[in-house]
Design a protein around this ligand. Sequence first.
Ligand code: NAP
Length: 292
Amino acid sequence: MKELTQRTAIITGASRGIGTYVARALAAEKMNLVLAARSRQNLERVAGGLRASGVKVIAVPTDVTDRKALEALVAAADGEFGGIDVLVNNAGALTVFPYHRIGIEDVEWFVRLNLTSAMILTRLALPGMVARGSGHIVNMSSIAGIWGPPFDEVYGATKAGLIGFTQSLRQEYHGTGISASVICPGYVEEAGTYHEAKQATGIKASALSGRTTPAAVASAVVKAIRSDRPHIIVNTPSVRPLAVLTALSPRFGEWLTRRANGYAPFVKGAPLNLKAGGQMTGLRHSGGGTSD
Ligand SMILES: NC(=O)c1ccc[n+]([C@@H]2O[C@H](COP(=O)([O-])OP(=O)(O)OC[C@H]3O[C@@H](n4cnc5c(N)ncnc54)[C@H](OP(=O)(O)O)[C@@H]3O)[C@@H](O)[C@H]2O)c1
């Protein structure tokens, strides 16, 4: 989609972290924005800042794990702007926990948050895109979707799911004016989950893992939409050659993941769902429904 001005984008997870950078990058393209997340107060703060730059923005408090809320989100975007041109499925959370102790409901809930919500929201947005013969879906995956990290089974599986989902969408809608892209960031500095875990624990992932910034992730989203890129890995140094090597030699990939020890900040990060000696209590219990 070459021209983004006055087109409309929904961004989930736009109340904090990487989503706010994506919102700013799409606002810089003069898109109309529909911001979704649970926290009304945070969403309104982000929306207020963007309106000051002259773009049209609505904030729609939404729990993406709630199907009715997703229907209401699409209806709000249609009602305000007459359709959805771009959908950025960015909302998501980590699930760091020993897998044999994770709560079964937590497994189901995180799959719903990280994967099912994106699939349902895409399903709801597509009929309008098909009718107009134009649209782009961006799914926020992770390098964890390319190599599954330890203590992060649900996260790795859902992020891998987003890669497969995007590939299928691209094949099915090829040539119709509708397309999809998947973005795989590495560890993001300055904002978001890794940054917060590092602040909370003082522990950094090994330099071998590389790093990126939320601004780089946001520019990748814009590039993906404008240039119809299938799959962008956002990391410095580039891990694409390693991805190829890992595909050729899965054992090498396992060794490298252990060496990089990238998951250490999350394992030590008790605030990120890790409750010693018990079931994960999970973000589910701290954040069901919308707030404020
Ligand atoms: N940070 C990294 O290093 C990194 C690396 C690779 C990929 N990613 C991916 O990038 C995306 C954003 O991550 P982040 O680091 O920016 O995370 P974050 O700072 O924790 O922000 C997550 C966003 O998702 C929203 N959210 C969470 N649960 C929700 C729910 N049930 N319904 C609606 N919105 C919900 C949060 O808002 P509310 O709490 O207000 O709902 C917030 O806006 C995620 O998909 C993540 O997996 C991050």
